[in-house]
Structures are given as structure tokens and as C-alpha cells.
Design a protein around this ligand. Structure first.
Ligand SMILES: CC(C)(COP(=O)(O)OP(=O)(O)OC[C@H]1O[C@@H](n2cnc3c(N)ncnc32)[C@H](O)[C@@H]1OP(=O)(O)O)[C@@H](O)C(=O)NCCC(=O)NCCS
Length: 170
């Protein structure tokens, strides 16, 4: 990915041709993402192919919180006993169909994890809402675990992601 793409905050990029195979996610990028950024309800980052200046993918990031009761027992063992835990929500994630299966979805999630880890506010995990079983399979491959009571919602503990980043510096 290095050199061929950059990931940057959504700005004056052309979004008209973006097509990920899920129309609501295309529409969101075209019509809603900038409004959400302006109103401070989500940040939006785009993956841009440098040679063509086209958007190859995007994700949104926002603060959220998780009731500790929703987490599996195993995850709770590594956390303090607070009833509510701070987290970061990757509310939307999409890669243009022309770029599927090249590792870009995984790269966008890694970028989201890094931004949260480097930020000034903290979050114990990244949270995602999978739209279907394919998305669940994708997120599980990226290391996400489902919540006990909500199998379409998954989380990635950032302490784990951080350890991986330290052990495998690029
Ligand atoms: C899901 C999505 C973001 C994945 O993006 P991507 O760049 O193609 O994913 P990656 O190349 O990083 O995939 C890594 C691995 O995840 C798995 N994977 C990717 N897409 C998958 C799918 N649709 N079903 C099952 N597994 C999938 C594959 O094992 C893949 O590795 P492989 O290509 O070596 O087999 C993309 O398919 C997309 O935008 N889909 C439409 C919108 C969507 O479903 N968004 C998910 C949020 S609800």
C-alpha cells in the first residue's frame, strides 16, 4: 500500500464515482459524511489512490461507550470494573469494488486503531457494527470478537492491537 495510497481526512475529494457494492455506504459518502464531520458527530478518513486521485475507500470514527455487561467474561478479566467503558466506533467502512481483496479494508482498520491510540482521548477498543455475515467474517479475520449478546457488533481491544504494533514495527 505504501506510496500507492494515502489516508487523509475527507476534504474536497470527488466522491461521485465511489461504489463499494453497498448503496447506503456510497450514498453516505456522497451526501452525509461532510455534514457529520461539520457537526462533529464523526470524523471521516479517505483512502486515496495517489496516481488517479480517486477515493478507494473510507471509514468514519466517533466516540462511543460500551456497557461492561455486554463484554465476554474473558475480555472483562483484563479491564477495570467500571460499568461503562469508553470506546471508538468505526461507524462505516467501505472499499470501492475495483480495489476489493487487496488488503485495503484491513489497512483502513489498522489506520483507525493507530489514530485512536495516538489521540489524546482514550478508548479501550474499536467497535464495529457488521451489516451482514460477510462483514462479520471480514471483521473476525481482522481480530475482532463479537459481543456476547449482539453477534453483529464486534470489538477489537486496542491493548492487543497496540502490542502487535510494538512487536512488529514496520
Ligand atoms: C468489507 C470490505 C470493507 C472489505 O474490504 P477489502 O479491502 O476487500 O478487504 P481486505 O482485502 O482487507 O480483506 C482481508 C480479508 O478479509 C476477508 N474478506 C474480505 N472481504 C470479505 C467478504 N466480503 N466476505 C468474507 N471475507 C472477506 C478475506 O479473507 C480477505 O483476505 P483474502 O482476500 O486474502 O482472502 C469491502 O468488501 C466492502 O467495502 N464491502 C461493502 C461494504 C461493507 O460490507 N462494509 C463493511 C462494514 S458493515
Amino acid at each position: 500500500m505504501r506510496g500507492k495510497f494515502v489516508i487523509e481526512p475527507l476534504g474536497a475529494h470527488d466522491r461521485s464515482a465511489f461504489s463499494c457494492g453497498a448503496a447506503p455506504l456510497d450514498r453516505y459518502l456522497r451526501a452525509q459524511a461532510s455534514q457529520d464531520v461539520k457537526r462533529l458527530v464523526a470524523s471521516c478518513f479517505v483512502l486515496v489512490e495517489t496516481a488517479t486521485n480517486t477515493i478507494a475507500g473510507y471509514y468514519t470514527l466517533a466516540a462511543t461507550s460500551v456497557p461492561a455487561n455486554d463484554l465476554p467474561t474473558e475480555a472483562l478479566k483484563r479491564l477495570p470494573r467500571y460499568p461503562i467503558l469508553p470506546a471508538a466506533l468505526v461507524g462505516r467502512l467501505a472499499v470501492d469494488q475495483r480495489f476489493h481483496r487487496q488488503g485495503l479494508g484491513g489497512a483502513l482498520l489498522a489506520d483507525a486503531a493507530l489514530r485512536v491510540l495516538k489521540g489524546d482521548t482514550t478508548a479501550f477498543a474499536l467497535i464495529v457494527e457488521a451489516k451482514d455475515e460477510d462483514a462479520v467474517a471480514f471483521y473476525r479475520l481482522q481480530g475482532f470478537c463479537p459481543f456476547a449478546s449482539r453477534p453483529m457488533s464486534l470489538f477489537l481491544p486496542l491493548a492487543t492491537a497496540n502490542k502487535g504494533a510494538t512487536e512488529h514495527p514496520r
